[in-house]
Design a protein around this ligand. Structure first.
Ligand code: F6R
Ligand code: MG
Ligand code: MG
Length: 370
């Protein structure tokens, strides 16, 4: 059976600042999704939140980029926005950047990651949801999880894995059209590294297994800044990764997150902090951060989802959370100097740029001494 997994997320308002959606918003989203299930549009649905973002995981048979499914997601977020407004929540409707729906949420604010798959007898997959960061946060863990035998031991131990994986990498600064490079490991290893080293510009959109041609992973690639032309919140991406058998194991895919790698995001979308792997339903706190990521493991059968296994809710990750806090605090000690704050082209608020224009007048050319 061909099942589509559609993961669509948006920030439509939150309690206490940019911290988490309200229970009433989540209840409304679940109610709205349940209606779509009773009408037969969806087979199954899960509504979760990570920081201030609500993620809708929907299963159906309509394929990716289906207008009815995208409209359902858009309408769900319109409903949660109404609740947010009625409760006086902060940033109500923040990620709904267009007035009228036009067939697909891409380019309208919400992020989407979708995959159509022929269900295997057992179909495990992981849903990642991150808050206070851009889509490039997945570059490091996806590339390492698929391409590096330090993490994906299957590359050495499993007979079929040697053929490697293909990465579709999007140039997210190209706002005219989708600009995507398709490159495979092992052949293009260093060229892929050359792109992925700049996660604010080049972003993994999907991963395909070379031996089978099966899509193994998809990630949302929207850059809100490029849609709105100004800062309206960080992109806070989501991803789906299929695991086990012909794909890396669930543990191999989780392994790179143990680095707690540095990423751009956090407060005002303009600071470099370490990504903290968190439990489901975690909120945003210190310095409007830190950048967080949750991981929910599911199986799907005939479109029906199991309960989620909360993959970062395990004692191992406590030490990683502590490490992430320490790495973030170490960077925060440096305040706004150098790599602690975003470079000029990625600063999300205009204050520094505006001020620098005024400060130009402070500079005078010094006469050379005779
Ligand atoms: C980061 C984020 C927050 C806000 C900050 C100021 O993505 O959403 O850090 O940038 O709280 O928010 P405003 O400008 O809405 O007061
Ligand atoms: Mg927000
Ligand atoms: Mg967010």
């Amino acid at each position: 059976m061909k099942t589509t997994l559609s993961l669509i997320k948006a920030d439509t308002g939150s309690v206490g600042g940019h911290n988490r959606p309200s229970e009433a918003m989540l209840a409304k989203a679940r109610e709205f999704q349940a209606q779509a299930m009773s009408k037969g549009l969806l087979i199954d649905s899960r509504v979760t939140f990570t920081g201030d973002d609500i993620a809708l995981l929907m299963t159906h048979t309509k394929g990716v980029d289906n207008p009815d499914i995208h409209k359902l997601a858009w309408d769900t977020f319109i409903e949660t926005t109404k609740i947010a407004k009625s409760q006086g929540l902060y940033g109500a409707g923040q990620d709904l950047l267009k007035d009228a729906f036009s067939g697909n949420v891409r380019g309208m604010g919400p992020g989407s990651a979708e995959i159509e798959l022929e269900e295997r007898p057992a179909e495990p997959f992981v849903v990642f949801a991150a808050d206070k960061c851009g889509p490039g946060v997945f570059n490091y863990p996806l590339f390492e999880g698929f391409a590096n035998p330090y993490h994906n031991a299957g590359l050495l131990l499993a007979p079929d894995f040697g053929a490697g994986f293909t990465f579709n990498i999007m140039d997210v600064n190209n706002t005219e059209a989708d600009s995507v490079a398709t490159m495979a490991v092992p052949a293009d290893y260093y060229d892929i590294c050359t792109l992925l080293r700049d996660p604010n510009h080049y972003v993994i959109e999907s991963v395909v297994e070379n031996a089978t041609g099966l899509t193994a992973a998809v990630a949302s690639t929207s850059r809100l800044h490029n849609i709105a032309g100004k800062y309206v919140g960080k992109d806070d991406p989501v991803a789906i990764v299929r695991t086990q058998k012909q794909f890396p194991s669930t543990g191999e895919i989780l392994s790179p997150w143990a680095l707690a790698h540095y990423t751009l995001g956090d407060n005002r979308g303009s600071h470099h902090v370490a990504v903290m792997p968190v439990k489901q339903g975690s909120i945003i706190s210190y310095f409007d951060g830190p950048t967080i990521v949750s991981a929910a493991g599911y199986c799907v059968h005939e479109g029906k989802l199991t309960e989620a296994v909360d993959l970062f809710d395990q004692p191992f990750w406590d030490i990683i959370r502590n490490k992430a806090s320490e790495k973030t605090l170490e960077m925060r000690r440096q305040g706004f100097y150098g790599p602690a704050m975003a470079g000029m082209d990625e600063l999300e608020y205009t204050g520094v740029v505006e001020n620098l224009k005024k400060l130009k007048d402070k500079f005078a050319i010094r006469e050379h001494k005779k």
